[in-house]
Write a protein that binds this ligand. Structure first.
Ligand code: NAP
Length: 275
C-alpha cells in the first residue's frame, strides 16, 4: 500500500507562513492523496539533524523559507540548474534515498508579472533590485531571463557585490548613497529587502525622483500595502505586492511533488486577500 504524501514548509520562525492555506487548498481541489501540508520550525543550528528526522518520518517534500534557503542548498545532494544559478533552495524533494534541491522563486517571480509590465518596464529597460539576500538572487536571475538590465543596491554594499560575482549575470552595483542619482532612470523597481515587515518602513527610495511610467514591486505580501507601495500609490505609479509570486512559486513546488500544476483561481486569491 502506498503512503499518503507528507509535505510542509520549514523556516525560523515559520508561524507567519500562509503556504499551508495555498497547498491545502490545492490538495483538496485536485484530490491529491496527501496529508495536511504543515508549518515546521527548524532552528538553523540543528538544520541537518531535524531535516533528517523529518525524512525518517516519511516526509516527501519541503518548502524552505527565511533563513534556511542557503542551508537547504548545501544539504541537497542533487541540484537543479536554477538552484545552482541562485545558490539558494526553496523546494526540497526526498525520493529514492536522495535529496533534490530546486528554486521555484525564479519562475514564481516571472509568472507573477503581467506581460505588459515585462514589455514596457523590464525588457531592455533599467531594473533596480533593492536587497541582496536569498530573494534578491532569484529576482536578479528572473529579470535577467526577461531581458532587463539589472542594478543592485543593498544596505551592505559587499553583499550586493557578492551576489553580482556569484550570479555571473550582467549587472551593476549601486552604492546606496548614489541611489538618488540613478533612481529616475529606472523603469522597474523591486524591493526584496525585509524592510516593510512588521513595524518597519522602507525609505530607501525618494519617490519624487521616480519616473511616472516606472513599475514598483514589493516582494512583501503582509501587509498588502507596505510603506514602499503606499509611496508609489501616492504618486500614481503602478505597483504590485508579493502575493502572486508566493502563489506561483507554490504552484511550481506543488507540481514537482504531485505532478499537477494547479491553477491560480479567484477562489484561492479571495481566500488569501481575506486574511
Ligand atoms: P534575507 O536573505 O534575510 O535578506 C534580507 C535583505 O533585507 C538583505 O538585503 C538585507 O540587507 C535587507 N535588510 C534587512 N533589514 C534591513 C534594514 N533595516 N535596512 C536595509 N536593508 C535591510 O531575506 P530574503 O529571503 O531575501 O527575503 C527578503 C524578503 O522577501 C522577505 O520579506 C520575504 O518574506 C520576502 N520574500 C517573498 C517571497 C514571495 O513569494 N512573495 C519569496 C521570497 C521572499 P543586508 O544585506 O544589509 O543585511
Amino acid at each position: 500500500m502506498t503512503q499518503s504524501k507528507k509535505t510542509g514548509v520549514i523556516g525560523f520562525p515559520v508561524d507567519h507562513s500562509i503556504s499551508p492555506i495555498i497547498h491545502n487548498h490545492w490538495i483538496k481541489e485536485n484530490n491529491i492523496d496527501a496529508v495536511n501540508y504543515e508549518k515546521i520550525n527548524i532552528d538553523p543550528k540543528h538544520f541537518e539533524k531535524e531535516v533528517c528526522a523529518l525524512i525518517e518520518s516519511g516526509i516527501s517534500g519541503l518548502n524552505v523559507t527565511v533563513p534556511l534557503k542557503e542551508l537547504a542548498f548545501s544539504f541537497a545532494k542533487e541540484l537543479t540548474d536554477v538552484s545552482k544559478q541562485t545558490g539558494a533552495v526553496n523546494t526540497l524533494t526526498f525520493k529514492k534515498g536522495t535529496v533534490c534541491g530546486d528554486n521555484t522563486d525564479v519562475i514564481g517571480f516571472q509568472r507573477s508579472l503581467d506581460q505588459k509590465v515585462v514589455d514596457h518596464n523590464i525588457y531592455n529597460k533599467n531594473c533596480l533590485v533593492l536587497g541582496a539576500g536569498g530573494a534578491a538572487r532569484a529576482v536578479v536571475c528572473a529579470i535577467h531571463n526577461l531581458g532587463g538590465r539589472v542594478y543592485i543596491c543593498n544596505r551592505t554594499l559587499e553583499k550586493a557585490e557578492q551576489i553580482q560575482r556569484f550570479l555571473q549575470t550582467e549587472s551593476e552595483v549601486v552604492d546606496q548613497k548614489d541611489l538618488g542619482d540613478v533612481v529616475g532612470e529606472m523603469q522597474f523597481i523591486v524591493n526584496t529587502t525585509s524592510l516593510g515587515l512588521g513595524n518597519t518602513n522602507n525609505t530607501m527610495i525618494n519617490f519624487t525622483k521616480v519616473d511616472q511610467g516606472a513599475f514598483v514591486y514589493d516582494l512583501i505580501y503582509n501587509p498588502k500595502l507596505t510603506s514602499f507601495l503606499s509611496d508609489a500609490q501616492k504618486r500614481n505609479i503602478q505597483y504590485q505586492n508579493g502575493i502572486k509570486m508566493l502563489v506561483e512559486q507554490a504552484a511550481e513546488s506543488f507540481n514537482i511533488w504531485h505532478n499537477v500544476l494547479p491553477k491560480n483561481s479567484d477562489l484561492l486569491m479571495n481566500k488569501l486577500e481575506g486574511l
